[in-house]
Design a protein around this ligand. Sequence first.
Ligand code: GLN
Length: 548
Amino acid sequence: MAKYIFVTGGVTSSLGKGIIAASLAKLLQARGLRVTIQKFDPYINVDPGTLNPYEHGECYVTEDGAETDLDLGHYERFLNIFTTQANNVTTGRIYQTVINKERAGAFLGKTVQVVPHITDEIKHRMLLLGQDDQYDIVLTEIGGTVGDIESLPFIEAVRQLQWELPDEDVMVVHLTLIPYLKAAKELKTKPTQHSVKMLSETGVHPDILVCRTEEPLSEELKRKIALFCNVKQEAVIEAMDASTIYEVPLHMLREKLDLICLRKLKITQFGEPNLDKWKVFLDKLKYPKSKVTIGLIGKYIELQDAYKSILESFIHAGAMNEVKVQVVNVHSEFITHENVAEKLQNFDGLLVAPGFGLRGIEGKIIAVKYARENKLPFFGICLGMQMAVIEFGRNVLGLTDAHSVEMEPNTPHPVINMMEEQKKIKMMGGTMRLGAYPCDIQQNTLAHRIYGETLILERHRHRYEFNNDYLDQYQAAGMVTSGKNPETSLVEIIELPNHPFFIGVQYHPELKSTVERPAPLFVSFIDAAKKFNENKSAVKSASKDALI
Ligand code: GLN
């Protein structure tokens, strides 16, 4: 039987609950326990797939094709595990299941109510991953903040489980904020007291308080928090701001968060935490030898979370190459033929981001052209790859007004077309080409050098594809389609051989990059950017010498 740790949040949102939960899971895993981690989100959407990135940040896609909350990305990046559809549950999905059961007559004439029917379904899902002896510990992060109306059924389900399961099989970690008031030069505990009180009113009592703070917590302050919130003093954990999220597991280790959990859960079989690989990565991350600057060409750039996995992949790939990767966001909507050189000339590489819809498209195409013509390392992901295909069609093949039918259904040259299987689909949620698909890689190509394999599995999230009617024309003009789906022949990778690094992929390599397994495409892209930067510096100093 697995044991269950629930992580709730209080006082405000954005305290980094996902990072704390992932860090705790990492420590338990590093001690040799079998751990998984899941997220319960209180919103009514069945999954975040239909949400605009401005609403909820990036939509993370799992190997099995679930569209999930971006916290699942943190879980995978920290734990180096695959999560699945079962690891992300929303209120919408719970209600959908219960209502479908009701329509099927499963409740035998009973009135269907929040308690017990909704809470039963929540509990069923909370316990599910722990049922078949795959895991010693199942960690569940509850989205939202305690006191929100919509998270009440989840909290009620936790209360019932605390009551139903043996004491040593369930525990609650509550993440809270201890604000520092500059004027009073004091840390304030009152918001935490209120938050724990509110949680207690629903019948849930936390075993551990993780306190986000900008200043260290004194023993005296910890004693005060412990006293007023009715937890043991050692269970008041200080969580100071960290310079990188990847430092948080080590902070939590120092605070003994994992040991306190193990004691409460009466787990006695565990080892010293093995974090060797993690520490090597952190060292490289903190002490880079040089720097590269990458332009991220996107349209959701006001919100960092919209490109979360891409930004984290750059961090992994930077550490691997021992360089600091500075990512500069460039709004594609404002790139024009006139200003493109000025906007992009200082970059060592260009990543054209995934996305949907017409806004900012022309700017992306102009940016691709600049990278192609100026031999600037280029990496296009999903929509970014599609833009590279359009650019090549228009400017190399002379296909005037070549476009994707997503943006221009009546284009004379639909070089990006809707996939056959997508044409009959009317519903929006969960209907794209989603999850892992195989891709055959052609030998003697850049893609083959990067992956060192001829068959890979990468994750997808799209409706449109390279139109194979144009394949011969593209190939004749020098574009190499180095990756293809073995069953459908859908083009997965394009590249240009007469360029130092020009590659576009229809899939999302950023979704599989973890601390211990950085995505090969990102690692090679950063390596190419490093070389580009070194050449640039060499040319600069040579021209200085010439002047002298
Ligand atoms: N909008 C494009 C499609 O649906 C690209 C999607 C993406 O970038 N994830 O094919």
